[in-house]
Design a protein around this ligand. Structure first.
Ligand code: OVM
Length: 403
């Protein structure tokens, strides 16, 4: 080995743009090419270092010391660039500053809170599914179901006021676009950023939140001194940013998976308790959050290569979740596999703090559907929604036969 720290002579390079519309429409060929090129690839277009294999993605996710989040988890490097909004106290922070807000949110979204929501959300899902099925045998699973249910239950659980809730999806969509480069997707969101950010900030105030809910619980934690009162509104903001689009697209992923895998739908009908596993398998298979970045805190050795201090690392969660080195038949949506260990919710100290909320929402919807729907198929071509971070559907036309 002749390479000294900082040379990277034999490092594979690729000039692909992972955020181009062509790749966003179907990222799988690029993911395979990057995985096969090697454990680390230099993406020349953005001068970032990419991991597409499970081993390296997992290793980077759990190594917060070498791969920090406080310089931003998008392409933008907060060491050199002004963030578009005050950084998240959770997502865009490292220990020790990260830890108090994380502890608070872990408890607020913990088992006690979810036990209180379970019966209500189950009833809400049954009511919505009944409504949708009563409208006819064909419907759009995104327009009528997956983009409706999270907005029916989650803002109420937060204690968000009723007014302006239609802002939640556009705000979240822009926040996830903003992790990518300043391309046309970001440009399209820019005209409304000031208005949407002001609305979100206003709704995070204690006086704007209901006396019961996740929002009130976060403020109560500041009363107990677990976080400062200055931190509380930003922790509430994390719920409003990360809690809506993600669950919409996660639900879309699992419904699209079932609409295209009839034998798996029959398995779920026979055994509705597979609903949770099905959701995790869909999160592995589709990876609604495709990518996040980290920043190297020093020259970090990865195999024979070096990630230079201060450079950005692009972790392809979706590629890791289909790495044949880790998964057998990775491209199959398969309810007989154990999807645990997937990195669709991340891994390590930043792993999705809302994942139990997401699982509860999906369990409610899938269980309600499994009881009522004998078969489910596409009634037309499903249409992608492009986002720099999210793998999403704009439309999933389905035809169902009810039980
Ligand atoms: C946040 C946050 C956390 C996870 C994802 C995310 C927009 C945001 O804390 O604001 O995506």
């Amino acid at each position: 080995m002749t390479a000294t720290l900082g040379t990277n002579a034999a490092l594979p390079t690729d000039d692909v743009d992972p955020f181009s519309h062509e790749v966003l429409e179907d990222p799988l060929p690029m993911q395979e090419a990057l995985r096969e090129a090697g454990p680390m690839v230099h993406l020349t277009r953005y001068d970032v270092y990419a991991f597409a294999r499970y081993e390296q993605v997992h290793a980077a996710l759990v190594d917060w010391q070498d791969f920090q989040s406080a310089a931003g988890v998008g392409l933008s490097n907060f060491r050199h660039e002004e963030p578009w909004r005050p950084p998240s106290l959770l997502l865009e922070a490292d220990p020790p500053r990260h830890d108090a807000p994380r502890r608070v949110l872990t408890k607020v979204l913990g088992p006690r809170a979810l036990r209180r929501l379970r019966d209500r959300w189950t009833a809400d899902a049954e009511a919505l599914v009944d409504e949708v099925l009563a409208s006819g045998a064909e419907f759009d699973a995104v327009r009528d179901l997956t983009s409706v249910f999270p907005l029916r239950v989650f803002p109420d659980a937060v204690g968000l006021g009723r007014e302006g809730r239609e802002n939640l999806l556009p705000y979240g969509d822009h926040a996830f676009n903003a992790f990518g480069p300043a391309n046309d997707l970001v440009e399209r969101g820019t005209p409304r950023v000031a208005e949407l950010s002001a609305w979100v900030a206003d709704r995070c105030r204690r006086e704007a939140l209901a006396p019961v809910g996740f929002g009130a619980d976060i403020w109560a934690a500041s009363d107990r001194g677990e976080i400062t009162p200055e931190m509380a509104p930003l922790v509430v903001r994390s719920l409003l940013t990360a809690g809506v689009d993600t669950t919409v697209h996660g639900l879309s992923a699992v419904l699209h998976a079932f609409a295209t895998h009839p034998e798996e739908w029959q398995r779920l009908r026979v055994q509705p308790s597979l609903a949770r596993l099905a959701f995790d398998e869909a999160v592995r298979w589709e990876s609604p959050v495709q990518t996040f970045f980290r920043t190297a805190t020093s020259d970090v050795r990865v195999g024979d290569h070096v990630v230079p201090d201060g450079s950005k690392i692009l972790m392809f969660l979706g590629a890791a979740n289909r790495d044949p080195r880790r998964w057998t038949r990775p491209d199959a949506f398969d309810l007989t596999r154990d999807p645990s260990g997937h990195v669709g919710f991340g891994m390590g100290i930043h792993q999705c703090v809302g994942q139990h909320v997401a699982r509860l929402e999906s369990e409610a919807v899938l269980t309600a559907l499994a009881r009522r729907v004998r078969s489910l198929e596409l009634a037309g071509p499903a249409v992608r929604h492009h986002n720099n971070t999210l793998r999403a559907w704009e439309s999933i036309p389905v035809r169902v036969r009810t039980a």
